[in-house]
Write a protein that binds this ligand. Structure first.
Ligand code: SF4
Length: 398
């Protein structure tokens, strides 16, 4: 039996997983409905973001060049990594060995297995998003694109935090866990040599990197270390700084978290010109900002008639929570990194067409994902195309 089928079968027997996913789906539906009712303008913004993303995908190489040029202009150091190996090598070269590294949640970092790679080089690496830290502590993988620990109950979270971090808890309530982790991570954040983040959007016209969050960890990770390394996919490039801002607002709204508590914008390293207007880099924030734009199949997908649609995805995770198959199995249904309806396309783009095609065979074709996607990505059409690849490979098509 394949890895995908085995994992889905095991997930189907896990009642607590199903209850956790049902709760998450109900909460998301309620939250998004409330946001859209109070802020109907978000739906207009979504259409604008969709059009902007289409224009980038049509001329991806042009926008990559433009973004890199703008990043250089603001004093950041851009890199284009074609493969995960190349990206890992670039980041390892920036970080070095024996360093303390803090990270914020990034699916592209998961694609690269970046934390594991940096740890193997003798660095101490800590995730600072609570959900992602829990995933790190259980040696697992994210089960949802914005809620990576959606499968972990409060009891399990308390066990992980007390056993793996040695933190004393009395009630094990979510509040107590959050406070204990805050104290634990504070010391790492303050002393970190390097902060690594993803990006929700990168503006090609200005080189501004946008990050949206609620926990407050990203602003510390990106603002306190001497080196800030951004690792993100080339699909996150937006034409302008205004488009990039709209993209993060739309992502937050369709994740049911609107307005987002924080939107962080970084355009190059920190600097001051307060003494004789002489510019000095490295004031209170990072002295160096490195931006690693990862291809990993995205440029090839941009030229593909079906898979190019997936590149519009803003990773709001709504299609996952809406999907009846994902609600039973979480990201066990999918590739190593991406699962659920969006995970089929992303797995085909970044990991393996074979794995994606096999996983697609479990899609019911109910099209609920199509109806909720703010980028109007025809997810069921991508799944149907993948099914055809599977039947062809197996010699089942007529
Ligand atoms: S495919 Fe659509 S609904 Fe799913 S995560 Fe991407 S943007 Fe959101």
């Amino acid at each position: 039996m394949s890895r995908v089928l085995r994992e889905v079968e095991e997930a189907l027997e896990d009642d607590s997983l199903r209850r956790a996913l049902e709760r998450a789906a109900e909460n998301n539906e309620r939250n998004v409905a409330r946001v859209l009712e109070r802020h109907p303008e978000v739906e207009h913004l979504a259409r604008e973001v969709e059009e902007a993303k289409k224009s980038v995908i049509e001329r991806l190489d042009y926008y990559i060049d433009k973004a890199m040029e703008s990043l250089r202009r603001v004093g950041a150091r851009p890199y284009l990594a074609e493969t995960p190996e190349e990206a890992r090598e670039i980041v390892a070269g920036i970080v070095g060995r024996g360093k303390l590294v803090v990270m914020s949640k990034s699916m592209v970092a998961e694609e690269l297995r970046l934390r594991e790679h940096l740890e193997a080089l003798g660095n101490r690496v800590w995730e600072t998003d609570l959900g992602q830290l829990l995933v790190q502590l259980e040696n697992g993988r994210p089960m949802h694109t914005i809620a990576p620990a959606v499968h972990i109950s409060r009891v399990e979270a308390a066990r992980l935090v007390s056993e793996r971090l040695g933190l004393e808890l009395s009630s094990g309530s979510p509040e107590e866990i959050v406070e204990a982790v805050r104290r634990f991570l504070r010391e790492k954040l303050v002393h970190a040599d390097v902060g690594i983040t993803g990006a929700n959007a990168v503006a090609a016209d200005t080189g501004a990197v946008f990050l949206v969050e609620n926990e407050g960890n990203i602003r510390i990770v990106s603002g306190l270390s001497r080196k800030h390394v951004v690792v993100t996919g080339v699909d996150k490039i937006m034409p302008t700084i205004l488009d990039a801002f709209k993209a993060v607002l739309v992502q937050a709204a369709y994740a049911g978290l609107y307005p987002p508590t924080y939107v962080n914008v970084t355009a190059g390293p920190s600097s001051t010109a307060d003494i004789e207007l002489h510019r000095v880099y490295g004031a209170q924030g990072p002295r160096e900002v490195h931006v690693v734009l990862v291809d990993n199949g995205r440029r090839r997908a941009a030229r593909h008639p079906v898979l190019s649609e997936q590149l519009r995805c803003i990773r709001c995770g709504r299609c996952q929570l809406e999907c009846p198959v994902w609600q039973q199995s979480a990201n066990h249904w999918g590739g190593r990194v991406y699962g659920g309806p969006m995970g089929l396309g992303w797995t085909a783009v970044t990991e393996s067409l074979e794995v994606a095609a096999e996983a697609a065979m479990l899609c019911l074709g109910c099209m609920r994902c199509d109806l909720v996607c703010p980028m109007e990505i025809p997810l069921s059409r991508i799944a149907a195309w993948l099914k055809r690849q599977y039947t062809r490979r197996m010699g089942l098509s007529g």
